[in-house]
Write a new protein. Sequence first.
Length: 290
Amino acid sequence: MNKNSNKPIESHIVPKQNTPIRLQEYGVGIFNAAITKSALKKALKKKYIRVDGHVATTATFIKGGETIDIFITEAIKPKKKLIFPLEVLFEDDYLAVIHKPAGILVSGNRFKTIANALVQNIKRSELPDAIIPQPVHRLDYATTGILLVGKTSSSIRALNKLFENKEVDKSYYAISIGEMDMEGKITSEIDGKKSHSNYRVCESVPSERFGKLNLVQLEPETGRRHQLRIHLSSIGNPILGDKEYGIENLILNGKGLYLHAYSLKFRHPFTNEEIHLKDELPQRFKKIFD
């Protein structure tokens, strides 16, 4: 440890934990100097983190009550702030729900991501295990709609558990192309894993270019990558604007993908309240379907 770094640049006192948890899992998002999981692991390997004065490793477990200190010996360059206003649909001390616009990644290595914009748009939690807010699920780059965010380390773990146990009901709307049954269930393998989606046609309109356009409500039972896009394409009804899974001569350029994450329904893991939130359809949907 560098002699000049005998003072931690950040400290955190761990609240009581029901079960012991690895520091490298618990600590994600707690320290500004090591926000991501990979940055935290790197800091642990470089021996920059101490728990109750002892150097921590990737094998360190915490139980509650410990003081975690982070010491960074290298000069830290000030991070650029992403100024990107987001619409917040719901917020409390544990979690938030926001509207994700099209054309931005939820997270990743790019500077412009929802994850990087959250800190500017969401109030920091007052709870002892408050962390930098993080999305707890994903939406595609081109998809708009409702996105759930955790604001504390215990909330992120609890929300992840809800998704794992299929206790979050999600519904989407899409505009699909062509004649299709009024409702159905699509089952297929995606990346070697079973996937299921339910759909219901709410309304259809004739289209000179596309024959017919359908406003379709979708309820995925599983959460595979690009699942809804792949499923609708597999039955011959690709989503309007889908360049990857669309029909070559029926690609709509420049208007984006007509897929919108409309609602989330789940039981709040801390207040036990039934949460049912909706993100209204974008204007471009309403131009086709009133």
